[in-house]
Design a binder for this molecule. Structure first.
Ligand SMILES: Nc1ncnc2c1ncn2[C@@H]1O[C@H](COP(=O)(O)OP(=O)(O)OP(=O)(O)O)[C@@H](O)[C@H]1O
Length: 526
């Protein structure tokens, strides 16, 4: 179960920080054609058109107006906008536009996301626009080789053969190879602590995507560390005493001076601008305070705390107990092979077993793949790629990985296990009905879950109508027999795997036993 969706503290529900009480309601903002978007750089307009984008979504227009042009980035921005509403481009576009005029290459924008798959996805979005204005985007995420990553993030100076250089001198003049870095917290900390030449000294934009998840995550140290590395020298009203001496290799010192920003005295410039975004942005003051926001501007969508995508249809199936797989297979068969579907379970183990069970239904004729934290990153990436390409039609997934994942053409989401928290429901359902498309979210319920589902989940997320989807017995009955066979095969497989695990365990024991006896023998001989 994804820890990050755990129920919020009571405080979060009844007390709202002052700056969240009068938000900009994105419902009152219209989409805007690229032709009429003020100040948009022509090369960025072209890059967007090459992606098939001809207008910006409301949340993107709202953020653009608060970041580009006269009031540009005067305030930090917090965005609470539904899944699939285009939050990634909402922050990527203004940041790329603002960095277009940078002279020297160094990390000026850092985007922190909770998972590796999301990091790769966000980097891809930046890569569709940043190169158009000469900016380079880097990726820092765990489970990939850190040395390869360093070679892509840090540029070592060209050394003339035959001249011996002082290594100290070289490390003093390592330069960043990227302008924008997308990172997961763990790997970001690795680079901050160990990578020579890696610096956030020149950082101007910090984006915390899926904020509520990141503020809950265990590796909390990344946020105070980044804020500490980018704070101004707090020396009253006089410019920072740090000497402004560009080095021989052209790297420059970012002098965060005190300066008068329109109406805000005493804040340093260039101030680190922060943007926090989520479909379920926390309102908990104790969490928000960690961001150390500067005169934050809050943008939300509609009156309610949470907003589901406009064209999302919610349905429920009440299943005989122990028969959920039969109802699931009947539902998958009813979709027809062409439609993409994500099936959510509440654990890695259930994900693994359910995926195997579905593949034992010989007449299902749908390619089902697993997508969970139990898989190695490389395999997971391959499975996701195959799903995006349409080589597989159904992904059985655990919650930990799906926040923000954007796969076009997912028309159905199925909650095989009932989501435990409202946020889990929102992020699962949010894998469909994206970018204004229609989509359906089915939830399989046993009798005893029906009441809890409507009171603890649907009511909290503002769903007042959830149709009951029924499957005729004539459809279910033939599946019951194939279910019995599939279950038999799964049991045999589990026993086989158990036996293999046991054999491996005993081999390991005997190896350690032998080596122990060897040690005993040698020690007894000596
Ligand atoms: N202006 C646009 N016009 C058309 N499509 C767009 C536009 N902006 C974004 N999209 C598409 O909308 C989809 C959703 O975008 P994105 O993943 O940024 O949503 P999100 O709000 O971050 O969702 P989540 O909360 O799940 O992370 C993507 O496929 C993206 O390519």
């Amino acid at each position: 179960m994804a820890r990050d969706e755990a129920p919020t503290t009571e405080r979060e529900t009844d007390s709202v920080v002052p700056w969240m009480r009068a938000p900009i309601d994105v419902c009152h903002v219209d989409s805007c054609d690229l032709d009429t978007l003020p100040f948009l750089h022509p090369r960025l307009k072209k890059a967007l058109e090459n992606m098939g984008i001809t207008s910006l979504f409301p949340v993107q227009v709202a953020v653009w107006h608060e970041t580009i042009g006269p009031g540009g980035f005067e305030r930090d921005i917090c965005v609470n906008s539904p899944t699939g509403s285009g939050k990634t481009l909402a922050y990527a576009l203004p940041i790329v536009q603002m960095l277009e005029s940078r002279a020297v290459r160094c990390i000026r924008a850092l985007v922190v996301v909770p998972t590796r798959d999301l990091a790769e996805q966000v980097k891809k979005v930046f890569n569709t626009i940043a190169p158009a204005v000469g900016l380079s985007v880097g990726l820092a995420m765990g489970q990939s080789s850190i040395s390869d990553e360093i070679s892509r993030l840090i540029k070592t100076p060209k050394l003339d053969a035959g001249i011996c250089y002082d290594p100290e001198d070289i490390s003093q003049n390592l330069e960043s190879a990227v302008d924008i870095l997308v990172a997961t917290p763990g790997r970001l900390m690795d680079h901050i602590n160990n990578t020579k030449g890696f610096t956030l000294e020149h950082l101007r934009f910090l984006v915390v995507d899926e904020t509520d998840r990141l503020l809950r995550e265990a590796y909390q140290s990344w946020l105070p560390t980044v804020l500490q590395l980018t704070q101004t020298s707090d020396n009253g009203l006089f410019p920072s005493s740090i000497p402004f001496v560009p080095s021989a290799f052209g790297s420059l010192q970012t002098v965060r001076r005190q300066s008068v920003e329109r109406g805000f005295k005493g804040k340093p410039y260039p101030r680190l601008v922060k943007m926090a975004l989520s479909a379920t942005l926390t309102q908990d003051p104790s969490k928000l305070i960690q961001l150390d926001l500067h005169h934050p501007l809050f943008m939300t969508t509609g009156e309610d705390r949470y907003q589901l995508p406009e064209k999302l249809e919610c349905l429920r199936l009440i299943c005989e107990s122990g028969m959920k797989p039969v109802y699931l297979v009947a539902l998958l068969k009813s979709f027809g092979g062409g439609e993409k579907c994500i099936v959510f379970t509440s654990s890695v183990e259930t994900t693994r077993r359910l995926c195997k069970l579905l593949n034992f239904f010989d007449d299902l004729n749908i390619k089902v793949k697993e997508y969970s934290g139990g898989l190695d990153q490389k395999i997971r990436r391959e499975e996701l790629k195959a799903f995006i390409k349409g080589d597989s039609q159904v992904l059985v997934a655990s919650d930990a990985l799906t926040r923000g994942i954007d796969v076009k053409g997912v028309t159905n989401v199925i909650n095989y296990d009932m989501p435990q928290f409202p946020k889990t429901f929102i992020h699962r359902a949010g894998r469909t009905a994206r970018a204004g498309q229609a989509g359906r979210c089915f939830t399989l319920l046993s009798d005893h879950e029906v009441r809890r589902f409507s009171n603890k989940i649907l009511k909290k997320v503002g769903v007042d109508s959830c149709q009951t989807h029924s499957i005729p017995p004539t459809t279910l009955d033939p599946i019951r027999t194939t279910y019995a066979d599939a279950l038999e095969k799964l049991k045999k497989l589990v026993e086989l795997e158990g036996a293999k695990k046991e054999r491996r365990g005993s081999k390991r024991k005997s190896r350690t036993g032998n080596s122990q006896s060897k040690v005993n023998k040698t020690t007894s001989e000596t």
